[in-house]
Design a protein around this ligand. Structure first.
Ligand code: SAM
Length: 285
């Protein structure tokens, strides 16, 4: 009856649905984007509190079921259903996003939301527990990694609720958690491709030092090529004794980070490191 490929695990505990909506602290003037409304258990609770709900549902059968559920009721005029894959839509304006997220699209959906403009107030999203814990992990936590720093670069993210499997029909294989994401406004003025290029290298082998990760042959080759391209484009003279390895290690050493592991660095440390690399004309894409 439910389509596993679309991550259809319907929330059957109304207390959990209400808890999720409450965590969004909705205002009566809010437009809410709901991703994957399914049969509408969350939708009807959101409709009670918001001005408007735009719900994007990939499954035509469920979209029709939801249309029927609100038809003739007091909230019918407040609900717009978009039938389609949310990842293929240009998102409409919204103040708040609420979703019992189809787990297959957790990561792309998170970043689609984080990069959405204009910046929205908050997103309250249900994820698989491990994914949620990765988003909120802090330096030193075992699940801290690229996903954590990339999300925390652009938002304040907090764990708001644990949800057991039995609150869903059918129950998923793993436990779930609800997180609240508040995008930073204004966002940090960072070139994300540059940032992500550097962070990928830093976390390439999680338990190695930054110096060890940056010194890998493939990384050195890439950074040398980027450096030469940058110098050619900006008419910077390449020194006769130019040595990319020395240049990179000098940057790491100047910030006393050569022997540090990425798993112990927070967003501010990474921002300082990127800025120091750029001051040395070292680029990551
Ligand atoms: N919101 C409902 C609830 O809490 O009971 C259903 C949540 S269920 C975990 C995920 C829903 O997202 C399903 O209705 C599924 O059909 C829908 N869905 C899956 N992939 C989607 C996509 N790419 N775009 C939009 N909806 C999607």
């Amino acid at each position: 009856m439910f389509n596993k490929d679309l991550g259809q695990h319907i929330l059957i505990n109304p207390l959990v649905s209400q808890g999720i909506v409450d965590k969004a602290k909705l205002k009566q003037t809010d437009t809410v984007l709901e991703v994957g409304p399914g049969t509408g258990n969350l939708t009807v609770k959101i409709l009670e509190q918001a001005k408007r709900v735009i719900a994007c549902e990939a499954d035509a059968r469920l979209a029709a079921e939801l249309t029927k559920r609100v038809q003739g009721g007091p909230f019918q005029h407040k609900l717009e259903i978009i039938h389609g894959d949310v990842m293929k839509q240009q998102l409409p304006f919204f103040d708040v996003c609420i979703s019992n997220t189809p787990y297959q699209i957790s990561s792309p959906l998170t970043f689609k939301l984080i990069f959405h403009r204009p910046i929205f107030r908050c997103a309250v999203l249900m994820f698989q527990r491990e994914f949620a814990l990765r988003l909120v992990a802090r330096p030193g936590d075992s699940l801290y990694g690229r996903l954590s720093v990339n999300c925390q670069l652009y938002s304040k993210v907090s764990h708001v609720m644990s949800v057991g499997k039995n609150n869903f029909k059918p129950p998923p294989n793993v436990e779930s958690s609800v997180v609240r994401i508040e995008p930073l406004d204004p966002p940090p003025p960072v070139d994300f491709e540059e940032w992500d290029g550097m962070v990928r290298i830093a976390f390439s082998r999680k338990n190695k030092t930054l110096a060890a990760n940056f010194k890998s042959t493939a990384t050195m080759q890439m950074l040398e090529n980027n450096y030469k391209t940058y110098c050619a484009a900006n008419e910077v003279m390449i020194e006769p004794d130019f040595d990319i390895k020395k240049k990179v290690i000098d940057v790491l050493t100047s910030l006393e980070l050569a022997e540090t592991r990425a798993s112990k660095m927070d967003v501010v440390d990474f921002l300082k490191l990127l800025s120091a690399f750029h001051d040395a004309d070292i680029h990551f894409c």
